[in-house]
Design a protein around this ligand. Structure first.
Ligand code: F0G
Length: 466
């Protein structure tokens, strides 16, 4: 396990305005903006942004969640700058989901919908900080590898900051909405004949050669923005429920968010803003076809084995080599959390259930709810727990998956009477679909099966009377 995750270290000479970078593997410390570096010069370990002063609740906005400013920059006291290249981002809803709360049988269930950010995913929180750093270090070409959302956010924030953007995508494996965003915001899109991990290898090589500034979550400043998800959850949940959540369940791909949330909790602990018992259990969810983190958690190893072949409907988390694992695995373990893998069918089911409560998410996001369901069934999550599920991207990101999971349009004649007849004829089907998600959508099929069984029974009965 990484040795240098403890935040209690003296401010080094290298610090600028109380900010520096520490290698989590060897403890070496660096100036934050004097050179472009993504990993440790000495051992290539992951870097973490550190601060001489860690803020507490009173330092955020007016000290109450009701008082602005809202969004990522409300938490400027915990970030390296006072403001960034902003659209603006953050301040996403923490939805009540009474139906799912009852069904999963936990004490409280809230859904933090990160799909409500400007480009429709949590990546915007990282980009507002990351693109600000790019300005500071004086680069003008930004690049990332992406399963789609990072590329959409990079393209939008790069455009906002007036910088050139280059995105590397796994050919044919990125949802339509995300490619459309990257394209319209003016990114140069390179489709690689390989998966996300191969794209990341290439873009890292380009960045090392000084061809572009890397804005994947390997860049420690991205995670600073993303840790504000944690601040928002803790503040809002406490204001509404009078306590902090016991557990946060989130989808895991490159494990950047898991790492960012763990950093948020370590900082709040170090600042004395929360106690040890207040830290939520970080619980990661991956798709069965792409679950190297789950494998490492189950086997209790520190090394995450790279999966070369990965596949899932949740293309956003179709990742076999989670680069932030050295930061995220300790987060899962130290907070008493766990990791679980879910099938594509379970993901689609959860996507429908969220949609039935009005919360539209892309498949990767629904993995969190699918994971919670599974962990409740397995008895890992208790009935008395207060849980937050993170939904990371908006439904419209992947219109094809949404269409496949949803009810289908019905062709009708261009005539009011005919439309009325059609509605009344199919009312029973429409009503069941409206009433309840996935199982309801199977109602016509179930009716057919039941009818078939009935006929078979009658036929056998007649034959036996002959
Ligand atoms: N959910 C969504 C919708 C995502 O787009 C991603 C990652 C994740 C979850 C996983 O988050 O990597 O922090 O564990 N998408 C990246 C991308 C890889 O390129 O858009 P993580």
């Amino acid at each position: 396990m990484s040795a240098y995750l403890d935040l209690a270290e003296p401010e080094p000479e290298a610090a600028t305005d109380g900010v520096w970078l520490t290698c989590i593997e060897c403890g070496e410390r660096f100036a934050p903006f004097d050179a472009i570096r993504y990993t440790c010069d000495d051992c290539d370990g992951l870097l973490e942004v550190r601060y001489a002063d860690l803020p507490t609740w009173d330092d955020f906005g007016g000290g109450s969640p009701e008082s602005g400013p809202y969004g990522v920059w409300r938490y400027a006291a915990a970030l390296p700058f006072d403001e960034g290249v902003s659209l603006p981002e953050g301040d996403t809803p923490l939805h009540y989901v009474p139906g799912l709360e009852e069904e999963t049988g936990v004490n409280t269930l809230r859904v933090k919908h990160e799909g409500m950010n400007p480009t429709g995913s949590f990546k915007d929180r990282g980009m507002t900080v990351g693109v600000r750093v790019a300005e500071k270090v004086g680069v003008d070409r930004l690049a990332c590898a992406s399963t789609g959302n990072t590329s959409a956010a990079l393209a939008a924030y790069g455009a906002r900051g007036g910088m050139e953007t280059l995105v590397l995508l796994p050919d044919g494996k990125v949802a339509a909405g995300k490619v459309a965003q990257a394209s319209l915001h003016g990114a140069r899109i390179l489709e690689v004949d390989g998966n996300f991990d191969a794209c990341l290898d290439i873009v890292q090589n380009l960045a090392e050669r000084g061809e572009a500034y890397l804005l994947n979550s390997l860049n420690p400043f991205r995670l600073e923005g993303q840790k504000t998800i944690g601040f928002e959850i803790m503040e809002r949940f406490h204001a509404d429920e009078g306590t902090y959540p016991d557990r946060i369940v989130l989808p895991v791909g490159n494990a950047g968010n898991t790492a960012a949330l763990y950093k948020c909790f370590r900082e709040l602990r170090e600042a004395g803003a929360i106690g040890e018992d207040d830290v939520p259990k970080l619980t990661g969810v991956q798709a069965e076809g792409s679950a190297p983190m789950v494998e490492a958690v189950e086997e209790g190893t520190d090394e995450v084995r790279r999966w070369e072949a990965v596949e899932t409907i949740a293309t956003a988390i179709r990742i076999g080599n989670p680069v932030n694992a050295p930061k995220a695995l300790p987060g899962i373990r130290e907070t008493g959390g766990t990791a679980v893998a879910v099938s594509d069918d379970e993901i689609t089911d959860a996507q429908r259930s969220l949609a039935a409560e009005g919360v539209g998410v892309e498949p990767a996001s629904a993995a969190s709810v699918a994971g919670l369901r599974k962990l409740r069934e397995e008895g890992v999550v208790d009935a008395d727990e207060d849980v937050v599920c993170l939904t990371t991207g908006h439904l419209l990101k992947d219109p094809d998956a949404a269409y496949e999971a949803g009810s289908k349009p019905e062709p009708v004649p261009n005539d009011t009477e005919a439309v009325l007849r059609h509605i009344n004829d199919s009312r029973s089907v429409v009503e069941t679909v409206r009433r309840g998600g996935s199982k309801a959508a199977d109602a016509p099929l179930l009716a057919l099966i039941a009818g078939g069984l009935g006929l078979a029974y009658l036929y056998r009965k007649l034959r036996s009377n002959e």
